[in-house]
Design a protein around this ligand. Sequence first.
Ligand SMILES: [Zn+2]
Length: 507
Amino acid sequence: MKTRHSNRSAGLRSGALEGTAGSAFAAASGSASGFPLFRGGGGHGKARVFDQALSAILWSLGLLSLAAGTTFAEGTLYTLATNGPTSNRINLVFLAEGYTAGQTAQFSANARAVLQQLTTTPPFNEYSNYFNAFAIFVASAEAGSDHPARGIFRDTYFNSTYDSYGTARLVTIPPNDWDGNYANGYGKVDTLLQALLPDYDQALLVVNDPEYGGSGGTVLVTSTHPSSPEIGVHEFGHSFADLGDEYSTAFPGYPDTEEPNTTQQTNRAQIKWNVWILPSTPVPTPDVASYYAVDGLFEGAHYHPTGWFRPKHNCKMRALDIPFCEICGEAFVLSIYGRIEPIESVSPATNSLTSLTNSDATTLSLGLPHPSTHSLGVQWFVNGVLQPNATNAAFIVSGWNLPQPTNAIRADVRDATALVRTDPQQLLQASRTWSVQSAIVRPALSISPVGGQISVSWPALAAGFQLESTTNLDPINSWTGWGVISNQTSANFLPSAAPRYFRLRHP
Ligand SMILES: [Zn+2]
């Protein structure tokens, strides 16, 4: 099911889909194998994250609204899972629709079920740390949702309804064909989000109604039907990655616009996912068992049984309880990196000037997000020269290591995941460059009598030099080393009859 909320004030694009999705979804059996724990921060932290769910009331929109002198509305923001700063995470926010004031726990459970399903479904399981999740509870006067075709109407906060655009299972909020007033639906969503979580990336409205239904669009809509977590993941494909439906059931009036996973192109070289198609796979691809497991060009997609093609025999964008195909998975990862910087932070700031003298050293470091089972690749360069084995998030440079008075130290970061084969915008990589000045200063030796001894001393910047001595300069005898200087600044010697000469040399 898919809606396009192309213009919030103009309303939904009409001509709904659904009977379509309904049949495809109904054909799939329920995947009631239980939801694994949300993969939050990893390890035991996961359970803790969820124990804290709905425990922290951050602030009340009511207070904000009163202070601003605008319409009073009651909304409370809760944290479901925190994996990083909202500025560099995909912030999901669940909104309560059709829950009465006493149903916060039920809303929490319903929202978390969708969240768990999403973050344990490939490819999101690999990137679960890239998501934060929040929930906004607003109480509705009555529980449930409208079913106009059956004469059922409920007084709910966002005025959601089934039977949108003539399709029983298409659940939407205004503006829609039952209520054209933006202020009754999307307007309330926008007001709440602007007040409580302006950094949000994707809003998911959970409708407290057990009947099968939902929709994609600017706001993803699911119900509390047992399949709703799976429906939510499917709709997330529309809302988050602009994926198309890969089923072919007719949807009259829907625009014939290609999505990342649908095409009318049959010329192999021009198929947008051709790098995923083995040379031995025919194009178009016969939809027979021997090709079920591979990517190809399968006829039937985007609400058309012919003339439109999908990448694989089956995919979650075609039927529930099926994995996403590789092409949809790639689109998701690209969408994730369209919102998340591979380099999250740097230290020190790249616009600060670092100056190093002699053996002075500093550590340049990167803050990187962490996929579940692999790390982002790092490579450091000094003045464009690759530094062997410098592949960690931190890189130590000292004045001695830098060949020029001013040096460019660059870190290249890339997520080399096999989930992505084509990244034309280079979303999965990033670089940062520091300017580091290096000054080599000759330390001066001084000699003075101390008690009955001779004290040879030097400044701190002599660290790393070796103190050496000889008894004759003409001809020069071999120099005797006294060890590499670390943090001491002097050494004492007994006087001798013969002259003795000292020098500092960098090994
Ligand atoms: Zn797909």
